[in-house]
Design a protein around this ligand. Structure first.
Ligand SMILES: *Cc1c(COP(=O)(O)O)cnc(C)c1O
Length: 399
């Protein structure tokens, strides 16, 4: 008897619930057109919204720094030293975010987990949107803080919880700005007001807004004219590189490189990765970025119009993340499979990524899609309409 036999049982359980995940094999860069498990398909599964990940300048930036600073960082930056590429990237991020300082993390997951764990302890209270990303949830858990979950994007409910919650040493409100699986927005202005009036810190995760939304892609906080105390953004999504940052005051950043365990106890990202992200940031804030954002917004408008023509309700404030709600997990996965066979790579999203009963297909639009590629996706959806709409009532028997 193998002591790991239980794993096969658990995998079988996942299978029977339609929750067993698998990785599809792709070859080549994340472009609008991709080979997925050998099938040529239009890519609606990548968060490389500006289509920067295969930009030749990113590879060039990486190659130059590989030559100058080598491949691996050797240890954490606190131990092996603070490389030039990392320092330069952080200066550029601080300028981009108009904050005094910034800290580069290996990933957004690590940025969120490490920051929340550093800022909060068991004596503290955190107020978290119910749809916040797993990395935020895990950070709250790791901090062992008292967690108050408010209804999605509901500032009124948050106000209630803030008033009712028992006293705590420190309080922190945490939200995504553009929500990753719904493509809708947090009421940042209201959240900032509540944070101020209740003496709470405000942390905003701009993973899916960075590079895309707000002035020069600076995010939704900048668009709303507010400055959250703790601002997180990723460099692996619209920026097309990898890693993430926290931007804020110099004392916040110094505190984090002292206390965030996901920064302290991990080998620093390779210098080439910092250089890639730095070049991506330059591209995204320059003329190319402006052009690509404008193109992406046209695609957003076009795709939502197409969905409305298929009787899919679309939000008043649409974004480049487009959930097509299906509900039942198996049906969502079947739709995703059928779409792939029609040459459309759009992932089925199911629990625990989204709440039970809200399985969906998530379309991520890229600036580098063509209009005819969007049309192909819409026409594939029209053919598969039966899978995401309630079945029509049976024909009436009376004439
Ligand atoms: C993707 C994502 C993260 C994690 O970022 P990575 O760099 O991919 O680890 C964190 N928060 C949100 C909202 C995300 O969507």
């Amino acid at each position: 008897m193998n002591p790991l036999d239980w794993i096969d049982q658990e995998l079988a359980d996942l299978e029977s619930q339609g929750l067993r995940r698998r990785m599809r094999n792709v070859v080549g860069p994340q472009r609008a057109l991709l080979r997925v498990d050998g099938i040529e398909a239009i890519n609606f599964s990548s968060n490389s919204y500006l289509g920067l990940s295969d930009h030749p300048e990113l590879a060039e930036a990486a190659r130059a720094v590989l030559t100058e600073e080598g491949a691996g960082a050797g240890a954490s930056r606190l131990i092996a030293g603070n490389q030039l590429a990392h320092r330069q990237l952080e200066t550029a991020i601080a300028r981009f975010k108009s904050t005094p300082a910034a800290l580069f993390f290996n990933s957004g997951y690590q940025a969120n987990v490490g920051t929340l764990q550093a800022l909060l302890g068991p004596e503290d209270a955190v107020f978290s949107d119910t749809l916040n990303h797993a990395s935020i949830i895990d950070g709250c858990r790791l901090a062992r803080a008292q967690v108050h979950v408010y209804r999605h994007a509901d500032a009124t409910h948050l106000a209630e919880l803030l008033s009712k919650a028992p006293p705590a040493r420190r309080r922190l409100i945490v939200t995504e700005s553009l929500f990753s699986m719904d493509g809708d927005r947090a009421p940042l202005t209201e959240l900032a007001k509540l944070a101020r009036s209740h003496g709470a810190m405000l942390m905003v995760d701009e993973a899916h807004a960075t590079g895309v939304l707000g002035p020069d892609g600076r995010g939704l906080a900048a668009a709303a004219g507010i400055v959250p105390d703790i601002q997180m953004g990723t460099l692996g999504k619209a920026m097309g590189a990898a890693g993430a940052y926290i931007a804020g005051s110099t004392s916040l950043i110094e505190f984090l490189f002292n206390k965030a365990r996901s920064f302290v106890f991990t080998t620093a990202p390779p210098a080439a990765m910092a250089a890639t992200a730095h070049r991506a940031l330059d591209l995204a804030t320059g003329p190319l970025g402006r052009e690509r954002r404008a193109q992406l917004m046209l695609h957003v408008k076009h795709f939502h119009e197409g969905l409305r023509n298929l009787d899919v309700p679309t939000p008043s404030d649409p974004s480049h993340i487009i959930p097509l709600l299906v509900g039942e997990t198996r049906r969502a996965m079947l739709l995703s499979e059928r779409l792939l066979r029609a040459g459309i790579f759009a992932h089925g999203i199911r629990p625990p990524t989204v709440p039970e009963g809200t399985s969906r297909i998530r379309f991520s639009l890229m600036a580098t899609h063509t209009t005819s590629q969007l049309e192909r996706a819409l026409s594939a959806l029209a053919d598969l309409k039966v899978l995401f709409r309630p079945l029509p009532a049976p024909p009436s028997t009376t004439p």
